[in-house]
Design a protein around this ligand. Structure first.
Ligand SMILES: C[S@@+](CC[C@H](N)C(=O)[O-])C[C@H]1O[C@@H](n2cnc3c(N)ncnc32)[C@H](O)[C@@H]1O
Length: 353
């Protein structure tokens, strides 16, 4: 059916814009991976193609093609008089600074991971098969880490913990903390830093993630009181052991979130607190519009759904508020409530025993 308000030319331009966006994201990946951005940032006056090629190092013919595409995509700027390229405003922070709250290198990296798996994903879409998490590889672990490191280092200490003042005060004098789905360990280090008197344990079902987490803990000099274990949340058997249990954007990935919540309840001390964060997704299909939801729904397609199917888990993206409240209630958790947070990305829920 023809849409009387949209011309074919406008739609054709849209397709071209998709291709340009995809090309630019790929240039971001090469710029990061080959150290081209780092070389440019290290030279405030910018670099010529030959200088970039020498410093990366990389072949100058490829670097020229890369630089032209990155210029067109507005990742770089070019000064014709000197022949030098510099980073476009803020791109150094957005793509290189993993301490920046808006650090987005993970989008470029995960898109490269997806490209490697594209045929496999197409086949899975046809057959209904899944892809185990481990098959996404080390780079996917790093891209999840890139996505969520700032949440651990900025959002957790400056927004989430202040919303739980009693717990935060109690933990300053000691206690035990558990993170379920600790991924690459940035949360364990952040929690270890926020509560220097506490023991912190992380568990994750993925061996690669646990290996990276252990390296990170070691590098932070916290190995005596911060530990990462390869274990599923479903296999947690602790009782009355933890003052604080945290799970960041992981509950939806568990094999069985209901079992994990029941285990978390049993593992909490009587006055313990469970804090769950999930990405705030659209609650209804008709709300699935715009750039943010395109990115989010796409993550479901190439990552959440295949790996959920592979392990017989929840074949959906992030849990909605209603789902979390219902599951936490069924697991016997009490006083389940959503924290009111002045930001659009994360939803956070607290519950007690
Ligand atoms: C989206 S990642 C988030 C990782 C980390 N919390 C972060 O924010 O970077 C979800 C994590 O849950 C882990 N996971 C999936 N199923 C699990 C299970 N049944 N038990 C424990 N961890 C699990 C995955 O291995 C992955 O590291």
């Amino acid at each position: 059916m023809q849409d009387e308000y949209v011309s074919k030319d406008v739609q054709a331009l849209k397709v071209f814009e998709w291709a340009a966006g995809a090309a630019t994201l790929r240039m971001a990946y090469y710029g990061i991976k080959l150290g081209l951005f780092e070389a440019i940032v290290a030279s405030p006056a910018g670099l010529t193609v030959e200088e970039m090629a020498e410093r990366a190092p990389a072949d100058p013919r490829y670097v020229l093609a890369w630089a032209r595409t990155a210029l067109a995509g507005e990742l770089l700027r070019y000064d014709a008089a000197s022949g030098r390229f510099t980073m476009a405003p803020y791109m150094d922070q957005l793509l290189l600074d993993d301490g920046d709250f808006q650090y987005m290198a993970g989008l470029a990296t995960s898109s490269a991971v997806e490209s490697r798996l594209a045929d496999r994903i197409a086949e899975c879409m046809r057959t209904g098969e899944g892809i185990p998490f481990a098959e996404y590889g080390h780079e996917m672990v790093e891209s999840i880490h890139a996505f969520s490191k700032a949440a651990y280092e900025l959002f957790l200490p400056s927004v989430l913990l202040p919303a739980l003042p009693e717990l935060s005060e109690r933990l300053q004098s000691g206690g035990s903390i558990l993170e379920i789905g600790c991924g690459a360990g940035a949360g364990l280090v952040a929690l270890g830093r926020a509560f220097p008197e506490c023991g912190v344990t992380g568990l994750d079902s993925d061996a690669t993630s646990v290996g990276v987490a252990r390296e990170r803990i070691e590098a932070a000099g916290m190995a005596e009181r911060v530990h990462a274990e390869e274990m599923r949340g479903e296999d947690l058997t602790s009782e009355d052991a933890f003052d604080f249990i945290y799970t960041q954007i992981s509950l939806h990935e568990m094999d069985d979130a209901r079992v994990v919540l029941a285990n978390a309840r049993r593992a909490l001390k009587d006055n313990g607190v469970l804090l769950i964060t999930e990405i705030r997704g659209p609650e209804r299909i008709e709300e699935c519009t715009g750039t943010y939801n395109a990115v989010l729904a796409h993550i479901d397609l190439f990552y959440e759904v295949p790996q959920a199917i592979a392990k017989g888990g929840h074949a959906v993206g992030f849990f909605s508020r209603a789902e979390i409240e219902a599951m936490a209630g069924e697991a016997g958790l009490r006083n389940v409530r959503e924290l009111e947070l002045d930001q659009p990305l994360y939803a956070a829920f607290v519950a007690g025993k």
